[in-house]
Design a protein around this ligand. Structure first.
Ligand code: FES
Ligand SMILES: [Fe+2]
Length: 351
């Protein structure tokens, strides 16, 4: 079945996507984000409540992300209309006694919003069946959980997922970091397809006789990659001394061709090796090398249907995992295609 290239962007509106780090949205804070082709505003009120809404004032379309929280409400920067944490319009300063129907007609189109894992998550279409995966290590005080800086990629989110799943690029794209001890031939991967994604188990492809002495982060370890559809993917690294690290990447789609990678690193108790700060600095360097690869692939998103330069053809055993992702992702799209709220009508983003 041929699927439309914009289908992923439409279907993902049912899912929870990260839009900010919680620490960057303090009480009284307002910011904007482009999520799945829509401009959204997010705000945290002094009582802690959160609001996510269309970033367009019902009056004249001003971006509400340029407004401010005033008196416990979100105030538009242009003519001062005010909105409470539920999105209801409470005040139109140019009207002494605004009629109820005018206020009601000015309610903001708002979305689901929650805070978890140190991130603010937004769900544009309400589907109760969509939940964030539970990752106990991220909430376990014995583990050191550190958030990376959200990193914009000028590439589709599936380019980033494929990159994150790919172990054959270490020796080349990461020649000065991960690749110092990496073998370009990947070991056998055990892949299990699951209802909500897949699990891959394999050793890190470390050379038996490395050309350079690897540090702990480049040395032999077991990797378990777990993908929770559509785009929440963890890598569990288990080192030979029993230490563990758990990385997560969530490339939050801004549009078909751009995403922002939200990511974090959890380190097991009493980890023997570099400090959490040094591990973060190393991870930032690796991510930047990956960004260069993702931003220089043509087209900027993996074609949704199998194609040369995409997936499903001209592949090597190392591409099996990316192919597994694309295959299960297609099934996910087909399963949810009929449930999309905007099915059959064209969406005009508000900008
Ligand atoms: S555009 Fe927002 S109050 Fe006028
Ligand atoms: Fe990489």
């Amino acid at each position: 079945m041929e699927l439309g290239e914009d289908l992923p962007i439409r279907i993902l509106r049912r899912t929870w996507q990260p839009v900010a780090l919680a620490r960057d949205l303090k009480p009284g804070g307002v910011s904007g984000y482009k999520l799945l082709d829509f401009d959204i505003v997010i705000a945290r009120f002094p009582d802690g409540r959160l609001l996510a809404a269309e970033n367009s004032c019902p009056h004249k379309g001003m971006r509400l992300s340029l407004g401010k929280v005033h008196g416990g409400e979100l105030q538009c920067a242009y003519h001062g209309w005010r909105f409470d944490p539920s999105g209801a319009c409470t005040n139109i300063p140019s009207l002494i006694d605004p009629p109820a129907n005018k206020l009601e007609a000015s309610t903001l189109t708002h979305y689901g919003i929650q805070e978890r894992y140190g991130m603010i998550w937004v769900q544009m279409e309400n589907h109760d069946s969509e939940q964030l995966p539970d990752i106990p290590e991220f909430e376990d005080p014995d583990w050191t959980f550190t958030l990376g800086p959200p990193t914009p990629f000028k590439a589709g989110f599936r380019r980033e997922i494929e990159n994150y799943l790919d172990m054959t690029h270490f020796a080349f794209a990461h020649s000065s970091t991960l690749g110092k001890a990496a073998d370009s031939v990947v070991p056998r991967m055990d892949i299990t397809e699951l209802d909500d994604g897949f699990l891959m188990d394999a050793p890190f492809p470390a050379l038996k006789t490395p050309h350079e002495q690897p540090g702990k982060l480049q040395s032999a370890h077991r990797r378990k990659q777990r993908c929770y559809l559509p785009n929440f993917t963890t890598i569990r690294q288990t080192f030979e001394d029993g230490d563990e690290r758990l990385l997560v990447h969530i490339p939050s789609p801004n549009s078909i061709f751009e995403c922002t990678v939200f990511w974090a690193l959890a380190i097991s108790k009493d980890f023997h090796g570099p400090s959490p700060e040094d591990q973060m600095a190393f991870a930032i360097k690796v991510l930047d090398e990956d960004r260069t690869m993702c931003e220089n692939q043509i087209p900027r998103e993996v074609p949704i249907n199998p194609a040369r330069g995409g997936w499903g053809v001209l592949v090597t055993p190392g591409d099996t995992l990316a192919n597994t992702f694309e295959k299960v992702f297609r099934k996910y799209l087909i399963k949810h295609q009929g449930e999309s709220e905007d099915q059959g009508r064209s969406m005009i983003p508000p900008y």
